[in-house]
Design a protein around this ligand. Sequence first.
Ligand code: NAP
Length: 252
Amino acid sequence: MSNRDTAGRRILMLGGTSEARALAGTLTDAGYGLITSLAGRTAAPRSLPGNVRIGGFGGSTGLADYLRANAIDLLVDATHPFAAQISANAVEAAREAGIPLLRLERPAWDRPSGANWVETGCIEDAADALPKGALALLTVGRQELAPFAARTDCRFVARMIDVPDRLPDDWVAIAARGPFTLEGELRLLTDYQITHLVTKNSGGAQVGAKLDAAAKLSIPMIVVARPHLPAAETLASVDDAYQAIIRVFRTD
Ligand code: NAP
């Protein structure tokens, strides 16, 4: 690709995922003018190649205003598959601003063979699905803990990137960020004598070892299905997203 195709091309990427970080490296190396946007939820986000802005835009209208004010040529939604609001806003804002939108979304996990896998439509149903007396490993993120705190008949080991200041006294909190290995996940499930795994179907290899570990130990898993997102051209890998971006800007 010639510099003519990348120079002066301005891309806003909605980030917050490892895929967004990887794509940011590829795009800045290729010479695109990249701004990655983060919601600001993580206390100490990892550094990112290119420019970074932090905080909400003020809905789809605010995002559309930002796209126009910053002369953005392409919007890339590389947010987490469960970040449904910002993905809906991206579709609306790109339409309003009259620019193309690409979505980078890692494929969902499939049930490991032989796994005891119960799928639920929302986080509240996942909390309801736990039997009384369960000792569950929770990997749903710190914003989704409330329905589990209401299950005072169960105990929890909650793993997340940032541990909130307040958690029920009998919970074990583990602050950790992937990637996680199969060996490490087997050790965690065994050491804490976990009876159930609760997770969102985030997908991706970096945090997927827990499913294989739970299947190996015959631990039932309760998996929250992904939210429905409005249609957009969607790429499943960083490489595919990069190729699609090249096609958007191809001038010859
Ligand atoms: P959400 O519910 O879809 O979005 C709520 C609001 O947060 C949006 O309306 C927007 O505010 C703001 N926002 C979200 N992502 C943003 C971004 N990348 N840049 C600027 N503003 C953003 O999102 P969420 O589920 O809270 O996720 C927030 C961030 O954490 C996302 O970047 C996502 O990739 C990351 N993340 C989420 C999860 C998860 O399980 N949900 C897991 C890992 C990482 P305005 O309307 O004011 O613009």
